[in-house]
Design a protein around this ligand. Sequence first.
Ligand code: NAP
Length: 286
Amino acid sequence: MTFPTERPAIWLVTGTSRGLGLELVRQLLERGDSVAATTRSRERLLAGLGGRADTARLLPLTVDLREEAEVRQAVLETTERFGGLDRVVNNAGYGFLAAVEETSDREVRDMLDVQVAGVWNVLRAALPILREQRSGHVVNISSVLGLTAVPGWGLYCAGKFALEGLSEALAAEMADFGVKVTIVEPGYFRTAFLTPDALALPTGATTHYPAIREMTASHLKLSGGQLGDPVKGAAAIISQVVAGDGPLRQLLGSDAHSYATAKIEALRANLEATALTAPATDFPAA
Ligand SMILES: NC(=O)c1ccc[n+]([C@@H]2O[C@H](COP(=O)([O-])OP(=O)(O)OC[C@H]3O[C@@H](n4cnc5c(N)ncnc54)[C@H](OP(=O)(O)O)[C@@H]3O)[C@@H](O)[C@H]2O)c1
């Protein structure tokens, strides 16, 4: 059965037991789509959906995204259960707040394992299906901090900047195969992201960065008061995929839009400041 004429869309979404991922699953099921939802906690996902969701078209999958074999198996189970795969949302991620020099080797590798290698595991398993059927959509949930960096968020930004780079390359590679790519860049959204359960902190915090400790305290206090509404965020992501004609980058939130605008202005000033010096390193024209 082919999509969209003979069956509803089949989605794979990662990191679904709470926040934006959970809301995406809820809304996709409400639309009548089929959803394979990966999570580290099936129980938390099912509890999050409560009695309200029609679970007949839900395939909850316990997956450690860092394990390629587990991810491959999840994609296989998805195609076996629903008969295909159309749309992939790489959503799983977490924040980490520390100065660059306080961030340990383990903390760096853990973040990049989830936010970069984990995404790559999903892509290696899913892209052959989308490429061969010459249709599909990959949505990578980045952040406005994938475009611009601020003190204390160095490791998180490193992960999201990496995700942006791979996504831009992927979008260009997939264009000839009819597979679309969207990079979603939210600002602050009212999810579990800034709760002590989700926001990771360094094991080696020092006394040298009081401003970052204050920022950590203020972010934990901000939890529950963020500007972004995850219900509207999930709806905006779904409607851009369904419309199939949006720009590569989908900014979500007025805060995200302002931060991105400031980044572009700083980049433009930087380009102007180096306009004369950059060509000075070229070989002379032959
Ligand atoms: N909320 C914001 O302010 C904000 C802003 C910009 C970008 N984002 C991005 O939006 C995405 C969703 O975040 P959210 O706001 O919905 O936060 P959330 O409520 O904390 O949900 C994050 C999801 O990511 C998964 N996850 C967290 N840590 C993980 C780990 N170590 N390994 C594997 N999966 C992990 C969890 O999935 P399971 O527990 O189900 O496995 C969870 O459902 C993330 O990529 C985040 O970086 C959020």
